[in-house]
Design a binder for this molecule. Structure first.
Ligand code: BTN
Length: 347
């Protein structure tokens, strides 16, 4: 399902009066915990009170819990745990990201789909979301466990005005945004270089950045973000037990997935805007503040092979600077392993 907030091309919206069901939902979502009177909704959206009532009932039929109290109006109590355009769209407060949402029940990989869409001319900010990935991909050729209905798998298409050599900065932008979204969901997350989000040393989110570029121009960047939201400890495949966790395990209560998706996109857009306005400086500072790598002894793939040393800093390109026995080594790609405790990437 492809949906554009307030877009009559959205097939779901065309089934009812074009756009109005989403608009009623958006209105209720915006009011958060407050009641909105039927009169206010009908006045604002130019609908009859009977039409408002009909849309409220249609939404209830799709799993939305909407309270109706005489003289107070309507209040959105719960949204269904689905990652469709109808669930995410009304919760978005972004100007670009997610204004076009491509939502699927099951696809091989949201990154693969986003790449196809980008090659076919998709706009900056289009987002691909799936309930389940059958071939979810991680960094360095690894797979990404993507069971249905538990977590978040999304890919954002960007068309940045950046020279290709600066595109890796966007990965660090995404890691700061993902870390911040996890923190706002109530867990003490930190970033392991370059872009793993960890909680208590266990991996909760990962980012796979892909791009299409010529020597002096970026055509598109796809930021693929996977966040373990509601997987229980028994849901992880054997090789991830003891190295991965989820937000619900860490905070002790389930995470409403559409709400988290909208919050993540909003967070990402704010950090991308800051990056576009002020460059990498503030991102570097934000990354440092959230880092769980700096100051730790790490093992990393340096230019001349594996090195061990203390991670001192990231430089102005995002490379990790490791103080090894032979001097300062710049690590530009690959993994680092935090020495002396369980590490999500394994030894
Ligand atoms: C990593 O830490 O190795 C990166 C994991 C990235 C996973 C996400 S899930 C959404 C998007 N689609 C993919 O196939 N991969 C990324």
């Amino acid at each position: 399902m492809t949906g554009r907030v307030g877009d009559p091309d959205n097939p779901r919206m065309a089934e009812v009066a074009p756009g109005s069901e989403e608009m009623v939902l958006a209105f209720l979502a915006e009011a958060a915990d407050d009641f909105v009177s039927g009169e206010a909704i009908s006045g604002k959206l130019g609908l009859s009170r009977a039409a408002v009532w009909k849309h409220v009932n249609a939404l209830r039929g799709q799993g939305y819990r909407i309270e109706a109290v005489p003289a107070r109006g309507y209040r959105l109590v719960a949204i269904p745990d689905r990652l469709g355009a109808l669930e995410i769209g009304p919760l978005l407060n972004t100007h670009d990201l997610g204004q076009v949402l491509h939502c699927s029940a099951e696809i091989p990989s949201t990154n693969d789909r986003a790449r196809e869409l980008a090659d076919a001319g998709a706009a900056h900010g289009e987002v691909v979301v799936a309930e389940c990935q059958t071939a979810g991909r991680g960094r360095r050729g690894r797979s990404w466990s993507s069971p249905a209905g538990q977590n978040l798998y999304l890919s954002v298409i960007l068309r940045p005005s950046l020279p290709p050599q600066r595109a890796p900065e966007l990965t660090l932008v995404a890691s700061v945004a993902a870390c911040e979204a996890c923190r706002k969901a109530g867990v003490e997350a930190g970033i392991k270089w370059p872009n793993d989000v960890l909680v208590g040393g266990l991996k909760v989110a990962g980012i796979l950045t892909e791009l299409s570029a010529e020597p002096d121009v970026v055509h598109w960047v796809v930021l693929g973000i996977g966040v373990n939201l509601n997987s229980g400890s028994g849901d992880f495949p054997a090789d991830l037990r003891g190295v991965a966790t989820s937000l619900s395990i860490e905070r002790g209560q389930p995470v409403p997935r559409a709400l988290f998706a909208a919050a993540l996109l909003s967070e990402l857009e704010q950090w991308l805007d800051l990056h576009a306005d002020q460059g990498f400086g503030p991102i570097r500072a934000a990354w440092r503040e959230r880092s769980v790598t700096l100051g730790r002894e790490v093992r990393a793939d340096g230019e001349g092979g594996e090195i061990t040393g203390v991670a001192e800093d990231i430089d102005e390109t995002g490379a990790l600077l490791v103080r090894a026995r032979g001097g300062l080594v710049r690590v530009v790609a690959g993994d680092v392993r935090l020495v002396g405790r369980v590490d999500p990437e394994g030894a």
